[in-house]
Design a protein around this ligand. Sequence first.
Ligand code: ACO
Ligand code: OAA
Length: 367
Amino acid sequence: MTQGLTIHKGLEGVTVTDTELALVDGERGHLVYRGYWAKDLALQYTYEHVAYLLWFGKLPTEAELADFHAKMAQYRILPDYLKTIIDAIPAGVDMMSVLRTAVSAVGNESYGWPPTVEQAMELTAKVPTIITYRYSRLNGRQPAEPRKDLSHTANYLYMLFGKEPHPAHVAALDAYLVLTAEHGMNASTFSARVTTSTRSDMASAVTTAIGTMKGPLHGGAPSEVDETLAAIGTKENAEPYLRSLLERGERLMGFGHRVYKTRDPRAEALSIVAKRVAGDDPWLDLAVHVENVAIRLLEEYKPGRRLYTNVEFYAAAVLRAVGLPKELYTPTFTLSRMAGWTAHVLEQAADNRLIRPQSVYTGPMPR
Ligand SMILES: CC(=O)SCCNC(=O)CCNC(=O)[C@H](O)C(C)(C)COP(=O)(O)OP(=O)(O)OC[C@H]1O[C@@H](n2cnc3c(N)ncnc32)[C@H](O)[C@@H]1OP(=O)(O)O
Ligand SMILES: O=C([O-])CC(=O)C(=O)O
């Protein structure tokens, strides 16, 4: 308490809004999107179904899905000016910064207040094309034009690799994208809602969210999981390596969560998806071993903190299995969260109040 105010660093435990979009129950390890278990949606539906569910409040009928797909597919194409902007960014700039820059340039005079579902569709449809356009240019390949006959997920893999994706890869990536599409008041979603609360436009809100997603404590973790496993290399090395990180006070990437005090339900689901798509990969065998050792050591070094596997650990396994390079892990997470962010932007705008918390001044007073 300072000057009569209680400070909630990190807004921990502070409830800032109500939402119909997702329930994140950290004690029971439950994740629900608009009345459906996220893990059930991941096994039965595509990313397009779930984006529709988040934006319109119900799963689409077949006819609604066909219509929705056709609209989204039209929006996939990048205008020439956007390609020019992307091409002007130096090769060494990371993909999240490219994405942040390119998304900030999407939109026209219609992108005012209030934000619309149409804008959510356009931004969500363009993000995979931005990533793959940039990726192809960096790798000296002619960027593939989006294909309207493919689903959002299949088209992403097609544009990335320039060939028809394997159905098992599409299914695994769809499951990942569904499981990570929405997650309540996480840092990036909150930042999108703050931007929206000023009556700014949807492209600005998503740009804000991308900047927040980038950090290693949030969306930047899966590539670091990959790096940790590469550094560990063998099962025998797992314990000494993880111990040395913990001894130095470092964090184990892919573990711990602000809300989940049990294993993240998405980690559970993604470990099954990873086994299906990469069951014979020795990397996955090593990952399972590292997870077990890490949980044991976290309890030893941080007793009572209840640190378990989060979504990012097996995200790395699934993304790797479908052939994504690690520099695209966080951009692909971003691609999935587009549906959640934009749904929150619409929800915020529908019942808006400027988000403006307090701070306590601790500097000197004028003499
Ligand atoms: C999609 C997502 O955003 S999922 C999260 C992805 N991020 C990661 O995997 C990065 C690693 N994990 C972390 O850094 C944290 O667990 C976070 C940022 C996710 C959550 O952090 P917070 O809720 O702020 O946890 P907090 O910092 O209070 O941690 C409590 C204690 O556990 C420790 N701790 C938390 N996570 C870890 C970890 N992964 N490895 C080691 N120690 C950890 C903290 O150091 C702290 O120790 P202390 O009590 O001795 O000071
Ligand atoms: O909810 C959080 O704090 C982080 C997270 O897991 C997510 O955004 O998916």
